[in-house]
Design a protein around this ligand. Structure first.
Ligand SMILES: [Zn+2]
Length: 509
């Protein structure tokens, strides 16, 4: 009996040694000179800051580089050519937009180009001689019939108007817009405050709203009314003459008469058909060795895009954001690929596109996952893992809860879907001499990068980051400032955590 026990122990010790040795060998594949070589290309001027719409399609060059790498490394393609195509609609400012006020006979009384669409992606609107209703500051929306009308609503509230304040309060206006939209009008005109002389607020918002708009193309979008920002001139024209709109608002404040129909109509044209662009997620995987567990997945993710080229021609190379995560995962993939005996579960390598434009790649992947999300044991996202605190240069971020860490520190963010994951992570951090900082406020940072879309779908997540520095989203985010030893430590951690998760017998969450 004792001999059996000893033999068993000896045997399992051998297995342990064997697997520890295999891990050790695999870790040696994560190589600093490789990381340097890959990042020097990914974050070079040649790739034009890896964004949609640059003269040279650097984003696509990066995607091709990653797929070539996946092929060479022997990773399996999850899609043909490793590409998951992400349809992105791109809209630009419409120079022919106008708004026109007509009288009952259809005669034009006022016409202006000073109108902007709130949501650049909301399509094309072409309305003629539509009935108009004024609803004050929009307090009584719930009781009003606004169907198929053009609704004129004032910016701000009675309170801010009487105080003479006209700062834009985004939350207030958004709430108003949503409430009115539920009543299915054809359009709503959010009119800026008549006391805002020179239309400062309008002009500021106009510059912001007229930037090129990108969004993931959605099919079967339900009808949305046009939401437009307009100057008080339009409202004056509808009410009869200059200054009437201010008087109207003053009346509302004193008498709370809010629902006013006018005997004039609105015609308008705004919006252009979007151009459909193709973004690409690069998705590769290593199939698990266990006949059952291979249908469960560990996903390593990093966004490979960045900010592109500035107006002045400066290239934003994004070496840390997120060239660092991109190349770290390349090396993690190589380490897993080098294992003679593959882990039990499958390992997915997901390089996502257009994070900087609004997490397009990751949100699209989670809406169209090729590996089921309910079989995804964990998603490990790397976003900026290449910098180490090196003195006062980083002090601009001194008030951030996520300021750049020293050589041993690492932000590790997890959600609460499977608390054991944070524990596993902490153990491997300790093994590598890394000090995990789990103090980032979850309500803010769970939303801050691609892991959000996995989190939203109930997948346990880990996010690694070395923190914000003075070059964050600046042209100074260059390869020379990267600490490659640090990237290797993070990649080593990824491998060890991934290896453990992929081989664990029973995972329940
Ligand atoms: Zn990033």
């Amino acid at each position: 009996m004792l001999i059996r026990k000893i033999t068993l122990f000896y045997f399992s010790f051998l297995v342990f040694l064997f697997s520890a040795n295999a891990q050790h060998k695999a870790l040696s594949k994560i190589d600093i000179s490789d990381l340097k070589e890959y990042l020097s290309f990914i974050a070079s001027d040649e790739l034009q800051g890896r964004a949609l719409g640059t003269d040279v399609d650097g984003l696509n060059i990066a995607a091709n580089y990653l797929t070539d790498y996946a092929k060479e490394t022997g990773l399996k393609p999850a899609f043909e050519n490793y590409f998951q195509s992400v349809p992105i609609s791109h809209t630009v400012q419409n120079n022919e937009a106008f708004i026109e006020v007509k009288n009952a006979k259809g005669k034009s009384l006022y016409r202006s180009e000073e109108v902007v669409k709130f949501d650049q992606n909301a399509g094309v609107f072409n309305l003629d001689k539509e009935p108009v209703v004024f609803i004050g500051f929009g307090n009584a929306v719930k009781s009003l019939d606004l169907k198929d009308k053009v609704v004129v609503v004032a910016q701000g509230s009675e309170e801010t108007f009487s105080q003479g304040a006209f700062e834009w309060q985004n939350r207030l206006e958004r709430q108003k817009i949503n409430e009115i939209a539920e009543k299915q009008p054809k359009a709503m005109l959010l009119v800026t405050n008549p006391k805002d002389h020179g239309n400062k607020t309008f002009k500021q918002l106009q510059a912001w709203l007229n930037r090129p708009g990108y969004s993931v193309k959605k099919d079967n979008v339900p009808f949305q009314p046009a939401v437009l920002l307009a100057t008080p001139d339009v409202a004056d024209a509808l009410l009869g003459k200059k200054g009437e709109y201010e008087k109207y608002l003053e009346n509302i404040v004193s008498e709370t008469a809010v629902f006013t129909e006018v005997n004039k109509t609105i015609s308008l044209k705004i919006g252009t058909e979007p151009e459909i662009l193709e973004g690409k997620n690069v998705v590769a995987y290593i199939e698990g060795s266990d006949p059952v567990l291979k249908d469960e997945y560990i996903v390593f993710m990093a966004h490979y895009d960045h900010l592109g080229v500035g107006k002045d021609g400066d290239v934003y190379n994004g070496a840390d954001d997120n060239g660092s995560g991109t190349v770290a995962i390349m090396e993690v993939a190589e380490a897993f690929a080098s294992l003679k005996e593959k882990p039990k579960r499958s390992i997915v390598f997901l390089w996502v596109t257009c994070e900087e434009k609004g997490h397009f790649g990751s949100s699209y992947y989670c809406d169209h996952p090729i590996f089921p999300l309910d079989k995804t044991v964990a998603s490990i996202n790397l976003d900026m893992v290449g910098r180490v605190y090196d003195g006062p240069r980083d002090d601009v971020w001194k008030d951030s809860p996520k300021k750049v860490k020293d050589f041993d520190g690492l932000y590790t963010l997890s959600n609460d879907v499977w608390p054991k994951l944070a524990e596993i992570n902490a153990n491997y951090c300790a093994e590598l001499g890394l000090v995990p900082d789990t103090s980032l406020p979850k309500e803010r940072f769970l939303r801050a990068s691609d892991h959000y879309h996995f989190h939203k779908n109930g997948v346990p997540i880990l996010n690694y980051a070395t923190g914000y520095h003075a070059d964050y989203h600046k042209v100074g985010d260059e390869v020379e400032k990267i600490n490659f030893e640090k990237i290797k430590r993070v990649a080593d951690l990824c491998f060890l955590v991934g290896f453990d998760l992929a081989n664990k017998e029973d995972i329940e969450f």
